[in-house]
Design a protein around this ligand. Sequence first.
Ligand SMILES: C[S@@+](CC[C@H](N)C(=O)[O-])C[C@H]1O[C@@H](n2cnc3c(N)ncnc32)[C@H](O)[C@@H]1O
Length: 335
Amino acid sequence: MGGTFEARLVEALQPIRNFALAQGIYHLFNSGLYERVSSGPIKVIELAEELAFDPQRATGFLQYLANEGIVLLQDECVSLTAAGRELAPFRPWYELLVGGYAETFQQITEALRGPDYATRNGPMIGVGSCGISEYDAFPLVHELMAELPAPPKFITDFGCGDGAFLTGLLESYPSVSGLGVDLFAPAESPVDGIRFLMKNATDYARSLVPATGADRGETLFLAVFLLQEVLEQEGRPAVVELVRTALANGHLAVVEVDYKPTDPSIMKNGLGLGYYNPYNLLHAITEQRLEPEEFWLRLFEEAGAVVVARRTVNSQVDSTGLEIGFLLAPAGNEH
Ligand SMILES: C[S@@+](CC[C@H](N)C(=O)[O-])C[C@H]1O[C@@H](n2cnc3c(N)ncnc32)[C@H](O)[C@@H]1O
C-alpha cells in the first residue's frame, strides 16, 4: 500500500467531504440563499439582513462554499461562481436525496436490525420528486397521454407529492380538471380546477363508485412512483385492487423504476452509481419496494389491465432505461 498516512487519509476523507458538500448545496437552495445570490453580487451583511441570517454564521457558511468553488467572496460581496450557477437545474435531486432522505441514511444500522423502517421527510420528498419528474416522468406521461383514444375530462393523480406534476400537466389541458391525492398533499390548491386531498390513495380509491355509460373512460389516473409505496405499505393485493379500481373508471398511467441493482452495465453508468445506487438503498430500508418490470407486467395482467403503450425516458436525460411509463386500459377495452 503506497503513500503517506496523510495521503491515504485524504483519499478516505473524500466521501465525508462530499457528504458535507451535498448538505451544503441542499441548504444553499433551501435557505433562499441561492435564489438571492443568483440575481448578482450582494454584500454579505445585506444578504444576512434580507434573509434574517445571523451574519457570523452566514459568513462561515459562505466561506465554506467559497472553498468548495460554489460562491465567490470578494470585497465583502458574495456571488455565484460558474460552477455554482451550473447547479440550478439540479436543485430537485438535492431536495429529494438530501432534503428528503438525509435522515434515512443516518438510520441504516437501526433499519438493518429492524423491526422499524427508516424514516424520511415526506413533504420534501414530494417537492424533490415532482421537481425531478419535470425532466423525466412528466414528458413520459405527456407521451403516454398522446396514446389515449380521447383527451380525458378529469385527471386524478395518486401520490401527487407537492402537486407540481398535476398542476404542470393541466397547464397543457386547460379544460381538464384534476384531483391530487397524497399523504402529504398541499393544504391548498394554487389554481381553480385542481383539488388536493391529504389521504391514502387506496382509501380514496375504495370510495370510488365504478363509472358507467358515457362517464366510463373519462378519467385518467396517474400513479407516478406510487405503486412501489403501496406495495410495501399494504402488499401486492392492495396494488392489484388499486389498478383494478382505476381501470373501472378510465385509463391509468403508471411510472415505475425497473429494479436492476445487479446489472453491471447500469451500475457502471454515471447515473447508475450517482443516483440509482443510493435510490435503491433508500428503498431497501424505507417503507417502499422496487420491483423489476416483469413483476409489474404480471401484476397489471392480474388486475385485468392491458398495456396500451410503454415508454422510457429520453436518453439525453437518463440513458439507463430504468424509468418506465405504462398506459393501462381494461382488458377488452384497449381503445
Ligand atoms: C416518490 S413521490 C412521487 C411524487 C410524484 N408523483 C412525482 O411525480 O414525482 C411518492 C409520493 O407518494 C406519496 N404516497 C406514499 N404512499 C402513499 C399512499 N398510500 N397514498 C397516497 N400517497 C402516498 C408520498 O407522500 C409521495 O409524495
